[in-house]
Design a protein around this ligand. Sequence first.
Ligand SMILES: Nc1nc2c(ncn2[C@@H]2O[C@H](COP(=O)(O)OP(=O)(O)OP(=O)(O)O)[C@@H](O)[C@H]2O)c(=O)[nH]1
Ligand SMILES: [Mg+2]
Length: 299
Amino acid sequence: MAEQQTPFKSGFVSIVGRPNVGKSTLLNALIGEKVAIVSPKPQTTRNQIIGIHNGPHHQVVFVDTPGIHQPRTRLGEFMDKTVRDALTAIDALIIIADASREDDQEEAAIRGLDRRGTPTFLVLNKIDLIQPHTLLPLIARYAEDGFEAILPISAKTGDGLPKLMDSVLAVLQEGPRYYPSDQFTPQTERQIIAELIREQALYLLEEELPHGIGVEVLEMKELRPDLTEIYADIYCERASHKGMVIGKQGSMLGKIGSRARAQIEALLGTQVALKLWVKVKPGWRNSAMDLKNLGYVEQ
Ligand SMILES: Nc1nc2c(ncn2[C@@H]2O[C@H](COP(=O)(O)OP(=O)(O)OP(=O)(O)O)[C@@H](O)[C@H]2O)c(=O)[nH]1
Ligand SMILES: [Mg+2]
């Protein structure tokens, strides 16, 4: 009987912050599943990624976003708009700062966000990398900014996450279940697979090159119940980049493929034959048509 009296709480909670602060790592840690790709390179996340936290009396829909930066391409503008959209029609907001690094633009980016009166938590991430006493001045700097709470966490070790989750639940209101209770993301298998391939490109390729990489899954065929064949194109912006993505005698493409395959096999629960093809698409980051084909369109 007690169960019927407990109100069901739900809400949308966006996660925003500068590039590389650990937004996607936090999303995955909160959901307990790999929903978003993560990499040491800034601007890993390009579109809104939803992760759903289901409990007997709640459903929290977390929305991961691209890092706040100055857009220089049409893709960058799409990413910027994704962040702004994630500030509307939400029930709570998590702003993340990286407590372990100096970022001149971080404070301005945090203060520049239009919070629209949404209950907002400031989360200071990566505390596993710092001496505890360095937190105090950081907390003091934001003390007057009207945050619901300022919470130190480590998305990597999980430190502080139960408290963050409790704090978010405390500000959510009674509401409906937006998604089925067994679903942890509305992303399609194809979207997740394209991201897992791009994630390996981000890890393995140098410097600026990964920013010009796009991945499109063209076809998925179930050859046998225990074997899936997947065809995907990797786009890059220049012929010289194509050579680097393929590598000497295909060594780089082989590495990207085998590392992505291991993750895709874990996702699908079958063996995977992954067929990757590298294509040059000059300036795709500024082409409305190419952006649409790669799924960088408004939902
Ligand atoms: N030591 C440590 N590293 C972390 C922590 N959280 C994230 N990282 C690392 O920080 C890097 C960036 O993490 P992401 O989760 O991709 O960051 P993001 O904010 O989503 O980045 P963008 O999508 O590029 O904006 C990765 O190398 C993570 O492993 C943390 O709590 N501690
Ligand atoms: Mg991210």
